[in-house]
Ligand binder design. Structure first.
Ligand code: ATP
Ligand code: MG
Length: 165
C-alpha cells in the first residue's frame, strides 16, 4: 500500500527521555484497535518508546523489555482496554505467532505495539502506524513515522505537535 507524503514524519530524538516523551504523546492518542509497529536494530530505542506509550496510554506499572515473555499485557481501569507489547525478535516461525494469539490481538479493539514486526509481516493488518528507528551518533535516533491509512494520520499529527512543542 502506498503512503501519501502528507502522512509521514521524520523526527530526531537526542536522548532516551525524548523518545519516551514521543511515545507518551502517541500512547495518549491511541484509538481502539490501533496497531503500532516499531522497526529498528537492537538497542535502537523501541522499548524506550513503548515505555512512553504505556505512560501516555495509562499503564500503571513500569513497561519493561519483554525479554523472557514475548507478550506483555497491560489493562487499564477506565475502559478495560488492553495494551499488548509484543516482541517478535525470537519468533522463529509464523506458527509461533499463531500460538501466541497474535492474530486475534491484531484484529481486536485492543492496542498492539510490536517490536521486530517484520518477523510477522504476513500477519500484520494493512492499517497500522509504522516507526522505523535509525541509530545515529551517540544518543541520536532518527524516527521515520508513516501511516498506512488515513485513520492513523492523527497519530502523526500528535507527534508533529509534540515535536513542534
Ligand atoms: N535517543 C534515544 N532514544 C532511545 N533510546 C536511547 C536514545 N539514546 C540512547 N538510548 C539508549 O539506547 C537503548 C535503547 O534500548 P531499547 O531497549 O529501548 O532498544 P530496543 O530497540 O528495544 O532494542 P531490542 O531490539 O534489543 O529490544 C537504551 O539503553 C537507551 O538508554
Ligand atoms: Mg526492545
Amino acid at each position: 500500500m502506498s503512503v501519501p507524503a502528507s502522512i509521514t514524519l521524520e523526527i530526531e530524538s537526542l536522548n532516551v527521555e525524548e523518545t519516551e516523551a514521543l511515545g507518551a504523546a502517541l500512547g495518549a492518542q491511541l484509538d481502539p484497535g490501533d496497531v503500532v509497529c516499531l522497526e529498528g536494530d537492537l538497542g535502537a530505542g523501541k522499548t524506550a518508546l513503548v515505555r512512553g506509550v504505556g505512560r501516555g496510554w495509562g499503564v500503571l506499572e513500569r513497561v519493561t523489555s519483554p525479554t523472557f515473555t514475548l507478550v506483555h499485557e497491560h489493562r487499564r481501569t477506565q475502559d478495560d482496554r488492553v495494551l499488548y507489547h509484543v516482541d517478535c525478535y525470537r519468533l522463529e516461525r509464523a506458527a509461533d505467532a499463531w500460538s501466541l494469539g497474535l492474530e486475534e490481538m491484531l484484529h481486536s479493539t485492543d492496542n498492539v505495539v510490536l517490536e521486530w514486526p517484520e518477523r510477522v509481516a504476513e500477519m500484520l493488518p494493512d492499517g497500522r502506524l509504522w516507526i522505523e528507528f535509525e541509530i545515529g551518533d551517540d544518543t541520536r535516533r532518527t524516527l521515520r513515522v508513516s501511516a498506512s491509512e488515513d485513520r492513523y494520520a492523527h497519530l502523526i499529527e500528535a507527534l508533529r505537535s509534540r515535536v513542534a512543542g
